[in-house]
Design a binder for this molecule. Structure first.
Ligand SMILES: Cc1ncc(COP(=O)(O)O)c(C=O)c1O
Length: 369
């Protein structure tokens, strides 16, 4: 195989259990598997997390939820992102809980489709306590809840919010968000609205802000064994579940002064051994790694030389004279004592580990252990 991403589902289960064990007051766990399980494969990760005891799954879109249903997943699924009224029918038909937050006609559309299907439409009210993206203003939450309750085929089973800074050293803003959320819960309760599932915590808050656990913690990045931010590194026994491998396609000795790859941005100094890896930005391996990143091959790190191409990348393996075509190189993961993490790629390319694994392309087969 040219390249593949190997996902260890035993590690996913371990991570899910580790995070669930941190949840206080009996809070249940939602495994967040949007964006194809942060690039790991949504259905496989969902099954592993459910095996480990997760009660819910979170996705971003109705299509993602429907794909899980197509894969035979029967567990409760919440669509965390905005849903267009035109998707209400699919949401109800596939029994996907829907996030509502605005005064659009989505609740009425859900109510009509629920009546047609003869089942309740499950909804979770999203409150914007400080993230600034979707969510009803705290002031308007009770009126929206009243409106939802007036629709006979809606089941308001949840109310939630999302933290902007729970992964930072200074948790004061996250605490203010939590306080605002508690005020909303109290205002709803004053009108007799007490949804069964109150939720706020992402992975970072699961690790750092126990007061926020409420009825459900929503764990994404930690399930995959990655840290929400450097601040939380080592805060629990989480292990990376994904290893990205590639087979060396060719190794050649080149003379000093040899230009390499598009733009000839790297010119060798001295005789070098250059390996071609059959992977590139067409696979989601960032072009920004050109002349910056490293891979692991023959148990040591080797630098990327020249520009990363759409389908190929060159690395200097002069320090590993035994490397041959067909040998394994590791783009994310370890070999012997040497490692390249998703965090390292993120640091080289100016992003976060979330984006690195989400970007791994469809052309890279996911293989499960
Ligand atoms: C609404 C919501 N909840 C929970 C999560 C999971 O966050 P994390 O991956 O940091 O655990 C996300 C992911 O971005 C999200 O958008």
């Amino acid at each position: 195989m040219r390249t593949r991403a190997v996902v260890d589902l035993a590690v996913v289960r371990h991570n899910a259990r580790t995070l669930a064990a941190r949840a206080t007051h009996g809070a249940r766990q939602m495994a967040v598997v949007k964006a194809d399980g942060y690039g790991h494969g949504a259905a496989a990760v969902a099954r592993a997390a459910l095996d480990a005891g997760a009660a819910w799954l979170g996705v971003a879109t109705v299509a993602e939820g429907a794909q899980l249903r197509d894969a035979g997943v029967a567990a409760p699924i919440l669509v965390l992102g905005p849903v267009a009224p035109g998707d209400a029918d699919t949401a109800v038909a596939r029994d996907l809980a829907v996030t509502v937050f605005a005064r659009d006609d989505l609740p009425e559309a859900l109510d009509r489709r629920a009546a047609a299907h003869g089942r309740a439409a499950r909804v979770h009210l999203k409150v914007d306590t400080g993230m600034g993206r979707v969510g009803v203003h705290p002031r308007d939450a009770p009126d929206l809840a009243d409106r939802l309750r007036s629709l006979p085929n809606l089941d308001l089973e949840g109310v939630f919010t999302h933290f902007a800074t729970a992964d930072e050293e200074d948790l004061s803003f996250a605490r203010r968000q939590l306080a605002r959320f508690r005020e909303v819960l109290a205002a709803l309760a004053a009108r007799g609205v007490r949804p069964a599932l109150r939720h706020a915590a992402n992975t970072a808050a699961t690790l750092a802000l126990p007061d926020s656990h409420l009825d459900l913690v929503r764990n994404g990045i930690g399930i995959y064994g990655l840290w929400p931010s450097p601040v939380l590194r080592g805060a629990a026994d989480l292990r990376p579940a994904l290893r990205w491998e590639v087979r060396v396609a060719q190794v050649k000795e080149v003379a000093s002064g040899t230009p390499l790859s598009y733009g000839a941005t790297h010119v060798t100094r001295g005789r070098r051994r250059i390996a071609t890896l059959p992977v590139g930005y067409g696979d989601g391996y960032p072009r920004a790694l050109s002349n910056r990143g490293e891979v692991v091959v023959a148990g040591r790190r080797a630098p990327i030389v020249g520009r990363v191409c759409m389908d190929m990348t060159l690395v200097d393996v002069t320090g590993a004279p035994r490397v041959r075509a067909g040998d394994e190189a590791v783009l994310i993961g370890s070999q012997g004592a040497a490692e390249v993490s998703a965090d390292a790629i993120a640091a080289w390319t100016g992003t976060i580990n979330y984006e690195v694994t989400c970007a791994i392309g469809r052309r890279v087969p996911r293989v499960y252990r």
